[in-house]
Design a binder for this molecule. Sequence first.
Ligand SMILES: O=C(O)CCC(=O)C(=O)O
Ligand SMILES: [Fe+2]
Length: 279
Amino acid sequence: MALPLSSTWKPLLGPRRSDAIKQIGLACEKNGFFAVKNHGIPEMKINNMLDTAREFFHLPDEERQSLKFHCHPVEEYKSHWPSNPPSFRENVGEYCESVRKVEVAILEAISESLDLERDYIDKILKGHYVSINYYPACQESELDVTHGVRTHTDPTLITILMQDDVPGLQVINDDKWINVNPIPNAVVVHVGDILQAISNYKYKSLLHQAIVNCEKERVSIASYCYPSDDAMIGPAKKLIDKVHPAIYKDFTYREFHESMWRVKCSTAKRLDLFKPSSD
Ligand SMILES: O=C(O)CCC(=O)C(=O)O
Ligand SMILES: [Fe+2]
């Protein structure tokens, strides 16, 4: 199935910005995700990032299938990243710096789509961390549908996912799993749990999973945008009125994050702890 929405970048930068913002708002509300083409991350940086990721997971002693690390600002974290393959730090650093610009601009558009000030979400944005996911081709003897990443929502504001050309991402749409097949060079933006709270449940955190296949290995790069620890999350005041009472209390990102270790839940249900009735 084709993506429900494929928003190109240009309208956000030109006179059609308000239409593009409406489209993004509708996609967040109805689908919890959308794709962005022409986002300004140079194709070469994307290819370098994907090649470096493959090289990393092909290293003889490398048994991991995902690698997670903080990356904003790049200079602060770079020295903690793997130094093998030798291109790792440079290629990953360049990708992360480019993706950061996309995150800031998308969060501005999302704020505006909620009728909030343009920098409402950017003001609480701290950094992002990256998860490089590697899905080796599964064995013929295994089931033909094998889970690479089990069903979950991301505990983020938004996640920006770059996939290689091998399908694998699935999302819930109208209660059915659909494949989100890769569009060359496009990124897929997921609504995360924190945005669900800020939007007072207008935008729903995207339930998704990744499957592997027996023919080809697959690589995806997820950039998770998260707020600073002290940031007050909770429904934006402007979105609360008699008809739309606050679904969540105010809480800090630190409280949310700490609660994640206590509640063994991999979906946005973990936000239920922050409902007014849960005292
Ligand atoms: O590999 C994918 O398509 C999804 C990865 C994912 O959901 C994640 O890293 O949170
Ligand atoms: Fe995810």
